[in-house]
Each structure stands twice: as C-alpha cells, then as structure tokens.
Design a protein around this ligand. Structure first.
Ligand code: BTN
Length: 319
C-alpha cells in the first residue's frame, strides 16, 4: 500500500487528531512525506482539519474525490476545486487556452455562481456545481439543443437514481415537486466568420444536500434539494455527476441528427396545461402553456390564439 493510502486509511478510522510526527514514525517516513500526502488529500477534495494536536479527517462533510470522479466520468480531464467564483468562468479560461472538449470543472462551492438572465445562482457547499467544455459543430440555431439535451440528461439521471419523475420547466430548470433543484447555464463563444462556436461552456448546478439554513428568503421559496439531509455521501455526488455527464454526451452525439432526447424532454415538461405569465416587448402576457414542440419551443394559447415562444422564461401563475 502506498503511503498516501495508508495515511488515508489511518485518518479515516481515527476520531482523534494524529500528529505529523506520530504518523511519520508509524510508517517509517519523514514528516515532510506525511505533509506532502496530506496536501494531496486536500487537493483530492478530502476535508482535513489541522490543529496543534495533529490532523483529523472530517466526516461531517464527505467530499467527492477527483480520482473517483475521473473513474466514474471515464475521463482524466476532470478538475475538482474547493471554492471558485464560477466554474463557468474557469472552464471558459481553460477553453480559450485550448482545453479539450469534455473537460469538466467541478467546485464544492461558488462565490459568484451565475444563473440565467444575469441572475445569481446560490452555490453553498452541499451542491454539485460543474461546467463542461464543448466544441459544438452546430450553428447558432441548433445551440438551444445543447441546453435542452443537458436538461433531459439531468432529469433522466435523477429519475434513474431516485426512481421518481423530475419534470423539466422550459427551458432548462429541473423540478422536484414544485421546487427547482437544478439550473443550467450554457455560455458560448461564437465565431462570426465561421458562424460556428469556438467553444461553449455548459454549467450545471444541482441542489443535492439541504441548504435551506443558508439560503436567501426569496430563493427558499422556489428552491428545493434532492436530499432532506444536510450532508450527503460523496458516492451519491459521484453517481449523479457521472450519470449526468455520460448521459449528456450520449444526447450531445445526437444533436445534429435524430435528437431522440427530445421525446423525453417533451414528455417530461413541467409546464403542460399550466397558466403562465411572461414579459415580451415590455408587456406582461398571460397564457396557458400547452406543450413543448419538436424545436424546443413552448406552445401557448393566448387570447384564443396559438403562439410559440422560442426563447425566454415564463413563470407559473400561483392560484
Ligand atoms: C439558472 O438556474 O439560472 C442557471 C444556473 C446555473 C448554475 C451553474 S452551477 C455551475 C455553473 N457555474 C455557474 O456559475 N453557473 C453554472
């Protein structure tokens, strides 16, 4: 067994802190070697508290481990960070520097998580926040299907893990009951010469553990979480993240052909038959949402007429 694994096993089975010198003596290595292994564990996502009495591995906040994530995602291009402003920002920087399609950036926490339409996405510890670099070979008109494929991938993965439906609120919010549990933000760098994307960044935020104690009041009203516990095993994190990643790439491969994922997206629409409101041209509209069409447009009945919204956002009228 490598020193790293021996230390991890020792710390995992001890409730009490163990000092660096004791660990060094126990395994016949230098304190510097212990220190290096501890740092590697921290980089891997383990939460290790160090005090005068030594090191202790926190159990209260299990972390995904980047090696586990890499294995589950089936790629080495995975970066797992503790705390960033926004994983979309990091992924964009990497994409500009030439990072490969499929590179995924995860963070345990975001200080400036970005939502759609310039909103903030509250990203406390306990959620799954990640961004994936894409180099789509599709024109701007087809780009909406990236987000749609991602929404279908999240909903389908969650259905498989939790064995219940997770409706999709057009365009890309995933609901559990009447609460939003996932948001998706796709940002792209469009090349006007080629009329194609240089790259796109697909950002997905999933509320896994219950964070209700730390949410602003307005967010509390609309946001829910997948689990009612405040801490969730790292294995569940990895299962959901890798499930979404793999399913998304399965759908992404079908983006320019049959788009079979559209059937799932259409069948799992949250808005069907709901009364909705939306703002267009500075005016508040009221309508009934009928269905999603095969172009991912929202079909509405408004003032006795059928209209289709191609982009934007609607809110459900509360009764
Ligand atoms: C929304 O609901 O409006 C979209 C939220 C998207 C949040 C994700 S979390 C990972 C990635 N990084 C960000 O800053 N935003 C996206």
């Amino acid at each position: 067994m490598k020193l790293y694994e021996e230390l991890l096993e020792t710390l995992s089975s001890s409730e009490e802190p163990i000092s660096g010198s004791e660990l060094a003596e126990r395994f016949g290595v230098s304190r510097n070697a212990v220190w290096k292994s501890i740092n590697k564990m921290k980089e891997e996502g383990y939460l290790i508290k160090s005090s005068k009495s030594g090191y202790v591995l926190s159990r209260e906040n299990p972390h995904p481990v980047s090696e586990d994530l890499k294995k589950a995602l089936g790629t080495d291009e995975v970066i797992l960070l503790e705390c960033v402003d926004s994983t979309n920002n990091i992924a964009k920087e990497l994409a500009i520097r030439g990072a490969k399609e499929g590179t995924a950036v995860f963070a345990l926490e975001q200080t400036s998580g970005k939502g759609r339409l310039g909103r903030t996405f509250v990203s406390n510890r306990g959620g799954i926040y990640f961004s994936v670099i894409l180099r789509p070979q599709v024109n701007a008109d087809s780009s909406v299907f990236i987000t749609v494929a991602a929404a279908a991938a999240v909903s389908k993965t969650l259905r498989e893990v939790f064995n219940k439906p997770f409706p999709i609120k057009w365009v890309n919010d995933i609901f559990c009951g009447d609460k939003k549990v996932c948001g998706i933000l796709t940002e792209g760098s469009f090349n006007a010469e080629t009329m194609m994307f240089d790259f796109a960044v697909l950002g997905i935020g999933i509320n896994l553990a219950d964070q209700s104690d730390n949410l602003p009041e307005d967010v509390k009203l609309t946001a829910g979480s997948l689990c009612s516990e405040k801490t969730v095993p790292a294995s569940l994190y990895t299962k959901i993240a890798s499930g979404v990643y793999k399913k998304f790439f399965e759908y992404y491969a079908d983006l320019s052909s049959e788009r079979k994922f559209m059937n799932y997206y259409i069948e799992n629409s949250y808005l069907d038959n709901k009364d909705v409101m939306y703002i267009k041209d500075g005016r508040l509209h009221s309508a009934k949402a009928l269905r999603i069409n095969s172009d991912a447009g929202l079909v509405l009945e408004e003032d006795g007429k059928i209209t289709v919204l191609k982009a934007g956002e609607v809110s459900v009228k509360r009764v």
